[in-house]
Design a protein around this ligand. Structure first.
Ligand code: SF4
Length: 341
């Protein structure tokens, strides 16, 4: 399935803010995130641990729990804003329209239930008892789609390898044919070989069903092979979005550059770059650019003025004062335009 760049996005996230309350003030975990997701697209959301990737996913799904709270923003799924929907309305959206493959998903399976019973429970919880009719062939088909043999139907989670358990979680996520799947670091607990195989299965299934996917992770090497576009996140904000080819050929934001330079290469032996410095206190971000404390190119303006997102090349958006002009010489607000790579 090819990505429908010319259609309106299936998911639009605008100004999403999720804060965590602490005795010493709010932690600005997600602080004004904007992006579009197109039909059939795989968007990689990358950044170091604690940058807000998973919290953004929870914000999109409206699954943030106290002390966290969604402070502001819009999450428009096929035009309907999920923020402010009743819990009952949200239940009709989750799994059916918007499915999650959570972090450590393979440990989320119930050890006392057979695989078939767990998939069946997920289907019946949303479709009602009438789904019972013909459910066995449906579950077997789901298992086949994720590359599992039919015998897995009658097995318990402890009888499966890590990769197989992860495939069961993918089968559960696609069971109700969602519009969007969010895969939150869903392969990071697996060894590198199995990780790649499972990620490829995820993409194969996604393409077969025409689903859009947000793949959250920190492995730029894996992202390079799996996604259409990459959004780089730092300290609660997206600092660059670009088609994967452009991101690797010419990353614009200094943080994106450092992330890519930290990917080990088998072809070229070179010292790995580390991002020097420490992140600011997330309860008290500095005025100006959030990356200023670690940026090798910091300028005076960076300490006083937050950079706005500009389109420096077709489809490549960056928030950095090193790029004062957009591709057409004007300022572009990421919240106002749909970006086609
Ligand atoms: Fe570095 Fe300034 Fe760009 Fe921020 S705005 S990334 S501090 S050059």
């Amino acid at each position: 399935m090819t990505t429908s760049w010319n259609q309106p996005p299936v998911l639009k996230v605008r100004g999403l803010k999720v804060y965590y309350e602490t005795p010493k003030g709010d932690v600005l975990a997600v602080d004004g995130v904007n992006f579009d997701l197109f039909k059939g697209e795989t968007l990689g959301l990358v950044g170091e641990s604690g940058c807000g990737k998973s919290t953004a996913a929870m914000g999109i799904l409206q699954l943030v729990t106290p002390p966290g709270r969604v402070v502001d923003g819009e999450v428009l799924l096929e035009g309907h804003n999920l923020l402010g929907m009743s819990e009952q309305a949200l239940r009709a959206v989750r799994w059916i329209k918007l499915a999650l493959i959570p972090q450590g998903a393979m440990n989320s399976l119930n050890p006392t239930m057979k695989v078939s019973a767990q998939i069946k429970d997920a289907i019946i919880a949303h479709e009602g008892k009438q789904a019972n009719k013909g459910i066995k062939p449906r579950i077997l088909e789901l298992l086949t789609m994720v590359g599992l043999p039919g015998r897995v139907y009658d097995l318990y989670p402890h009888e499966l390898s890590g990769g197989m358990k992860q495939r069961v979680c993918i089968a559960m996520a696609i069971a109700l044919n969602p519009t969007v799947i969010i895969a939150d670091e869903s392969t990071s607990a697996l060894d590198v070989v199995v990780q790649r195989v499972v990620a490829q299965t995820m993409l194969k299934v996604k393409d077969a069903l025409g689903v859009s996917m947000i793949m959250i992770g920190h492995d730029m090497g894996l992202m390079a092979q799996m996604v259409d576009r990459i959004a780089v996140m730092y300290a609660g904000k997206i600092v660059e979005i670009a088609p994967v080819k452009e991101m690797f050929a010419e990353p614009k934001h200094p943080y994106s550059q450092l992330l890519i330079e930290s990917v080990p290469s088998l072809k070229e032996r070179k010292p790995l770059k580390i991002t020097e410095g420490i992140t600011h206190d997330p309860r008290n971000p500095p005025p100006g650019c959030i990356f200023q404390l670690r940026c090798p190119f910091v300028m005076d303006i960076c300490r006083v003025q937050p950079p706005v997102m500009r389109e420096t090349n077709e489809g490549q958006l960056v928030a950095c004062h090193l790029y004062p002009e957009s591709v057409d010489g004007s300022l572009i607000n990421v919240a106002d335009v749909a970006r086609n790579p």
